[in-house]
Design a protein. Sequence first.
Length: 595
Amino acid sequence: MTQPPNQPPNQPPQGGFGPPQDQPAHGGGFGAPQPPPQSPPTPPAQPPQPQPGYGYPQQPGPYAQPGPYGAPPAGPGAQGPYGAPQPGPNAPQPGYGYPQQPQYPGGPGMPPPAGGPGGGPAGRGRTALIIGAAAAALLVIGGTVYAVTSGDDGGQKKPVAQQSGDGKHSASDAPVNPGDGSGDGGADPENLNDGRKPGESKVLWYKTAPDAPGSGADAPGMWITGRTAVKAAYKQLFAYRVGNGDPAWDPIGFPQKICAVSPQSDDGKIVVAYMSGVSDRAKCNQLQQVDLDTGKKGWSGQVGEGALFDSTLSLELTVSGRTLMVGRSQSGTAYDVDSGKKLYDKKKYGSACFPTAFAGGSGRLVQVASCGAGTGTEHDEIQELDAATGKVKWTQPVKKGWTVARTYSLNPLVVYLTNEKKKAWNISAFTDAGKFRSEVKVDEKFAPGCGWAILERDLQGCNGVTVDADTLYLPTAATTGPNEIVAISLATGKEKWRVKSPADESMSPLKTEGGRLIAYVQPSYDKGGQVVAVPTAGGSHTPVKLLQNPAGTAQIENSFFDGAVAWADGRFFISSTRLSGNDDAKEKLMMAFGK
């Protein structure tokens, strides 16, 4: 496994890169979005968009507005922005978890990774956590947000593990309709449930990855509705019944490779962007709407180019209510997600302020702009927009030197900021009116899974982090053994409680539902992953196992490169987001587990 960019080869792998003051500002910090398991080539020079830095901010917080959050905090050790404690001589080293749902690694056209499969979100750097139906309200999660809803199980008869002591199972335990990724079914040539032990979940179905170029291909997104599991891979969209894996509709092919995908809209539709051609001058500017449950194509169109330096080499697709925001590098265009009708443009405003990123979900649309380039007053601004009209609801300037790198949640709004010069980071929460609410004051190495954003900012590229109305849940980093999930009050920024992974592998948040935090525990080489529930209220926060995946498929579960995962209606879904293109690998595109 190679080291993150600028990391000397003799440093230990997977984190522990040394004291924060010795590290470059674009490395991972305590809670920073983390670099991928394979180092991408050095990106071309771009407008200033620093990568996450190390340690805590060394000056007052980034927000320029006067108020209690701008005042220096009282008490020993409280010298950071908004009172964040400073790391002492024994402070933890920067976290290391790798990006989970990347635009690999940073955008279309990047080469595939070398080497074998990686690990998991808070631990070994593989799995992007799809945070479910509530996720759209959070970030929340790759350049994309993935919605998981409940409903019909597609005719699934829930199997029961055989209660014999020998762990043997009949032929009926074979996964239904494994297929080859093209929608074809057939007998299970591998019998993945053979030898399944009592109490272990069953492989309900799986799909083999379709053909991909030898250099590899992106397989972005995964959408789970009440009836259908939909997956993008290279130039196609595939759909399967959630309960039995039968093809839900014929695969949809695109003329060129898929380069961006949107979150699911409120009425179950997505928009896919694909390249205009194969040349070096090709753009990611072709749009196609698709209904997830029927496979019916809706409107299509082409995204226009912006002004100089405002290109469609890559796009950011964001959905808020009935509005699709298509973000270029320095502007955005909003469309009606149902009809494709253009609604408005978001362009340069004020004193050289250029919209550079958008985040949407749960009826909210947030814009981040870079302002004052070359004037000595460079700074970011956060704005909430009316999604239907583009009208600005509020503006929050950010102090010079600070970059808004991610949105960990939209409702409530939680943002992650970095200061490259200070090698610092900050996590702040805001009220509905855009006023500062609190900042994280926990001295810890956090390791949410975050994708790369080289050609543009990817505000919603983080997973393995979730919130409810008053609590932020973040996974800690662990070089070996189990990690923890820390519950942080959004009212105070202080730790409420923490829970240790029930296995020797790392655990990351998936979603919150019914007063419980749902989390995914990574598989090891000889034990399958787990889905657990942790009570969020009361004095006890002991994980309760909801699903134990079989040991017999642990290596397959581990093999999903940058896997996207989802938990919906008692089933666990995992899919690859990057295909190797190795015809001999027989890699899996997608798997579903259940009881």
